[in-house]
Design a protein around this ligand. Structure first.
Ligand code: ZN
Length: 307
């Protein structure tokens, strides 16, 4: 297996003082991949920024033009619900979206088998015309839309295991039946949008506060694999949030390391037959450095076929 790993030191320039979505998240992931030796099993090229046209694949042109023209100078501005922008934020966000797109192209071209992007800021709360929830641009959605612009891709499945519902991804694709969106999330929780919205290609798996890894596995097994299989996707994109972990203070779900290990092993095995292995995992949330340092190396090692 060849697994592409994309990250960039410039993600660290995006800083919001005292905020849990902080540079150390990605830095800890890179450190842990090096400490465990997993990085030796990965292909690590440079990342390209998303172009304005890439961003406009899913975001309103006026939103993209307005936010990209904004110059915060030396200050930090709140530009959306719990979303702050400094002079490095947009570059970091465009690198995150660019990584998701670059990884997807590489997988579809067959130059690598699958990919993992350790990027920030996250993207799955960003709606068509609004930043929110630490997110500016919806990286996974941009990758999906770019994939669908290719003649060899007709359907894309987006799976989201972040503890927060992917309102942005649903907002973008709710009227595009060529994209299946499956989201597991803590119910009655942030973002409070689209939590009850379902249609024939948007599938919700809400988990009550206090739910365990067993509840998570049961929810996935009851609905996801069969639905994704029937959808006949050409590509699977994973919004990989690690904030449903018991040790992550941001939520009240109680997943353990073993549940994340179970999920990525199941997903990789499923993708091997469903999409000929074509799978791209993109970091969303996850705010405990200890959890990221343990769970993400295993995640990447499974993708690389080394675990
Ligand atoms: Zn989250």
């Amino acid at each position: 297996m060849t697994t592409l790993f994309l990250t960039d030191e410039l993600h660290a320039g995006h800083q919001m003082d005292g905020h849990p979505e902080r540079p150390r998240r990605v830095q800890r992931i890179v450190e842990s991949l090096m400490e465990t030796g997993v990085i030796g099993d990965l292909e690590v090229p440079a990342t390209a920024e998303a172009t304005l046209d890439d961003l406009k694949l899913v975001h309103a042109p006026a939103y993209v033009d307005e936010i990209c023209a904004f110059d915060p100078g030396e200050a930090t501005y709140m530009i959306g619900n719990d979303t702050y922008l400094n002079s490095s934020s947009l570059r970091a966000a465009r690198l995150a979206a660019g990584a998701a797109r670059q990884a997807t192209d590489a997988v579809l071209d067959g130059s690598v088998d699958n990919a993992f992007c350790a990027v920030r800021p996250p993207g799955h709360h960003a709606e068509v015309a609004a930043p929110m929830g630490f997110c500016f641009f919806n990286s996974v959605a941009i990758a999906a839309a770019a994939a669908l612009s290719r003649p060899d891709v007709e359907r894309v499945a987006i799976l989201d295991i972040d503890v927060h519902h992917c309102n942005g991804t649903v907002d973008i694709f709710k009227d595009r039946p060529e994209v299946l969106v499956c989201s597991s999330f803590q119910d009655n929780f942030y973002p409070g949008r689209y939590l009850d919205y379902e249609n024939d290609h948007v599938l919700n798996t809400p988990l009550a506060a206090g739910s365990t890894g067993a509840d998570f596995r049961q929810g996935i097994e009851a609905r996801w694999w069969q639905r994704i299989d029937a959808f006949n996707a050409d590509l699977i994109l994973l919004s990989a949030g690690f904030d449903a972990h018991l040790e992550d203070d941001i939520s009240a779900l109680r997943l353990g390391d073993e549940d994340y290990a179970w999920f990525i092993r199941e997903l990789r095995a499923f993708a091997a037959t469903a999409t000929d292995g074509r799978l791209v995992s993109v970091l969303e949330g996850g705010y405990s450095e200890d959890v990221l340092g343990r769970v993400v190396p295993d995640h990447a090692a499974v993708l690389a076929g080394a675990a």
